[in-house]
Design a protein around this ligand. Sequence first.
Ligand code: MG
Length: 301
Amino acid sequence: MTCTVSHDPRFDALVLFNAELETLAGGMRWCEGPVWLADHRCLLFNDIPNDRTLRWSEEGGLTLFRTGTDFSNGQCRDLLGRLITCHHRSRSLTRQEIDGRLTTLVSHFDGKRLNSPNDVVVHSDGTLWFTDPLYGIANDYTGGRQASEQPAAVYRFDPVSGALRRVVSDVGGPNGLAFSPDERRLYLVESGAAGDPSPQRHIRLYDVAADCCSLSGGRVFHTIEPGWADGLRVDEHGNVWSSAGDGVHCLAPDGTLLGRVLVPERVANLCFGGPFRNRLFICATSSLYSLFLNTRGAQQP
Ligand code: MG
């Protein structure tokens, strides 16, 4: 039973006729933040309501990585391979040092607390770009209700200088984000302001300035249907693989829907992994799924 639906002949070259959606693990409440650790041949992801980070590997299956994570969400690795994590409850971004200690990288902007960092990516210059919507402080399920001190925004953080720059401030619910392979574009999910009964829900596209310090030209790249997007990733050809209401949608660099991967649960986030980065790992509500593809995730810096 195939799990893919093609909408464009270009999609057929990206999937494998003999690869099926696999269920790797279950029992989570709401999982997000997948990151592949190639040197450990494992995936880390967060089960947010249970306030824990889980590890999955082909050899070991599902195991516990850490608990008491301050309701961690999006993750990536920096240029030295250190784990960078968004935390809802502590409203911060941390880095796990090679001795295991956690360093808080950023928790305030302009003297006020961040809201609840949601997702983070690293640029090849070492800066960390992250979203800060209100979702994680809007209820007690995924972080704990707290008062917001500033609007939702997207930030660029330089861990060398400590400089924190707000690069987007006009999006109601900034969520997942990803650079194009040449890093000239930034894709940003707008999943709607918390509590808004009819929110704007798009994937937006920005041009990255030549000095990589700011964004311009924000416009709608694609509107996901059904549902809305949360996390997304980009493959080696620049195609965008986005979460959606019925699974994962693959979008060409021009915004055309190429095809869909149907997933039985609501998808929150995804990432590429495996030795060839050709395996899509999908965090979908209570379960972790995967699908081998005939494309690779864009090379991470
Ligand atoms: Mg998210």
